[in-house]
Each structure stands twice: as structure tokens, then as C-alpha cells.
Design a protein around this ligand. Sequence first.
Ligand code: SAJ
Length: 423
Amino acid sequence: MVDKILRKDLKITVIGLGYIGFPTAVLFASKGFKVFGYDKNREIIEKLSLGELHVVEPKLEQLFKDALNKGFFRPVNEIVKSDVYIICVPTPFKTIGNEKKSDLKYVYEATLEVSKVIEKNNLVVLESTVPPGTTADIASIIENKTGLKAGKDFYISHSPERVLPGKIVEELKRNSRIIGADDEYSASLTKNLYFQIVESEIYITDTKTAELCKLAENAFRDLNIAFANELSIISNNLGIDHRELIRLANKHPRVNILNPGVGVGGHCLAVDPWFIVEKDPENAILIRTAREVNEYKTKWLSDKIDEIIKSRIQNRKVVVGILGLTYKPNVNDVRESPSIKLANYLIDKGYEVLAHDPLVKDNLVKNVKNIDLEELMKKSDAIVITVAHNVFSDIESIFQKRNGDKIYIDLTNLTVSKGIIRL
Ligand code: SAJ
């Protein structure tokens, strides 16, 4: 197999063509491997077959078109026998009572698909973010279904991605990578394979450590953002500008406070820490609390906005316009978006909420109408900046050209002028 990797004479099937699987598949194809991109969503496969992208990321379009034209990348809706199977399916959470638990149904579905076609000496790599123990579980499933033995007849590893949406192609190449495997040959095969696309260090460990490592990275960031969010609430209650506070505190050589915001969204930070809580609920006290603080921040902002509006406008229906629907700036992803949660809190309080986000397609957000900026400015009594997209960098001058009878609120770092309330 190592020879085949070096000769690029290897068939790879990537299962799940989302934000991670698709760029990963395209990157392997761009290096000359024969890559089959498998997704059970037929719409994605049809689109890709026509040369159309469903994931917007810098540098991705050209790489994809080249790989498709040269025949190195083939979108498929049935799993194809290959040497390597890379599982990149989503791992959302499900809410059971007060608890949030990982929902591994897509991982298990993908494992069953692989079990149908896997042969001796093949390699399975699980890239999806999972609770510790999952790679060992899927190895057992494949063993039970096929009679093949992991580490002897077939090889298996966990290689969690670490890329930042908005910089996926660049970071897939540049970031170092962790590979977890429970036998030496699985580890060395995976390392040889990823060495073809990764230009940085590759570190080897066991599967459980690699699984927890990925979760710990995202929980670490979630916790740090929770600290900033909590500080912003305390500052507001004490009449202190948290931007000034954080700017000054960060002058200390060993302090680096992150930016408070509308809350924490996306399919990673808002989800992964719960997978640690699930494994040790008694002891994951800080990790759970950070999640709760970040969720509370959105609710707290909705109460604050309500208070501000009620102090200025009474006895009539108020329209709130929010600028930004995505979970963070300059991406088109709305999963777990705190801006949408904020919009829903405001709707629950009786406001009509309109939104403007040029990066989001209308049909992605069902409950909040996405209209153009001019119409939003005209129809809204209060305008709230929720996401600091680059396209909003001039928003302050647009506000200034308007008469002052509207309430302007900035939940980002975009504006500086008086007259705009910053929370
Ligand atoms: N956010 C803040 N304040 C900040 C930074 C972020 O409120 O100072 C918010 C963002 O607005 C967003 C959320 O946090 O709602 C998450 O954004 P992010 O840019 O921090 O991270 P993601 O979710 O886009 O990507 C993370 C990254 N993980 C880490 O930085 C540890 C990325 O490297 C991972 O590959 C990715 O999760 C993943 O796929 O797990």
C-alpha cells in the first residue's frame, strides 16, 4: 500500500462531501490520486457532476474544476470499491432532556457502507469529530460485519481535521495533523497518505488520544470565548466599555482575551465540547459551564436590546433589522448561528425581525426574511449589526447618511462613532 501511495496509484473514496470532506477529496485529487466523492445527498452529486460547487471557500473552485476536468475527482452516489475510505460525515448532537449527546448515526451509516465493500489491506480513516472510543467501535463493527481483523486484515485510524472555515484549503495544507491509530501499520499508512497533502508536521498517537485532542482544542477555544462573553456582560452591568477593557488587558504580555460576540455558533465549537461532557459529566464542569455561558450571551443580548428599544419606543409594533445571519464573518454557513437564535428570541418578544446578509441564500433561513440593505434600512426601527462581514465595513457611513430617528446597535467591532450603541 505504501508503494501505491507513493506512486499515486491508489483509489480513495471520501464519504460525506460537506465542508471538510469535499475540500479534502479535491485536495487528494489535485495531487493525482483517483478520488471518488461519495455523498448520499443526490442534489450535491448532481451539482458537482455539472461542475457546480456547494461549498464556498477560497481557492477551492479552481482546484475542483481542474480535478474534475482531468478525471481525478468523480462524484458518485454509490460507494465504490477503493484502497482507502475516508469518513467525513457530520456528527451533530441530539438533546435528551437537559443533556446534549453526540448523534453518531451518520458515522455508523458510513461504517456499514464501508463494510459492504472493504477488502483485505484497505485503510479506513475516520475524520469526523467523535467522542473517545468511536474509532475502536467502528473497527469492531467492520470486524463483525466482514470477519476481517483490524490491524491485521484491514487498517484503521482517526485523523481529525483542524481547519478554519473560510481558510479550509490553505489550512488543510499548512496545519499540523494528529493521527490516532492503535497499531503501527495503520499509523504509518495514514501518515504516508496525509503526507501527500499536508505540508506541516504529522504527529502519531493512539485513537482515543486523537479523538479527545480534537475535542479539547475546540473546548479550549469555546472556554476562552466564554470568558470574553462573561466579561462583556459584567462590564456592561458596571458601565464599562468591554472593548476598551479587553484592549488594555491584552497589553499584558501573557494575557490574550478573545472577542465577545453574539454567542458561539457553527458546527464545531457549539457542538464538540458536549462530546466531552457526555463522556464524563461529573468532571466536565468548566467545559459545560463555558457552553452555558456562550448560550446565555445570546439570550442576554436579546433582553438588553428589548430594554433599549422599550426605553425609546412604546405602544407600537417595532421592526428590528439584523445585519448578518451566518455563524461568523465572511462565511456562508448558518449552522448553530447565534444571530439566528438572537432573531428568534426577538421574535418571541413580539418584534418583527428582518435581516440582510448578502452571503446567505434566501432559502437557508426559513423564519427570518433576508432582504436587501436599502429595504431593511427603510423598514426597521432598530438596526443591529450581528456579524462583522467585510461587506459591512462601510456600514457606519451608511448609518451616518440616515436621519437619527433609528436605533443603531453594534454587537461586533465594526463601528466607533457615538450615536451607535455597542453591546
Ligand atoms: N467567536 C467569538 N469570538 C472570538 C472568536 C470566535 O465569538 O474571538 C465565535 C465565532 O463568531 C463563531 C464561533 O466563535 O460563532 C466559532 O468560530 P471560530 O472561528 O472560533 O471557529 P470555527 O468553529 O469556525 O472553527 C473551529 C476551529 N477550532 C479552533 O480554532 C480550536 C478550527 O480550527 C476547527 O477545525 C473547526 O472548529 C472544526 O472543524 O472543528
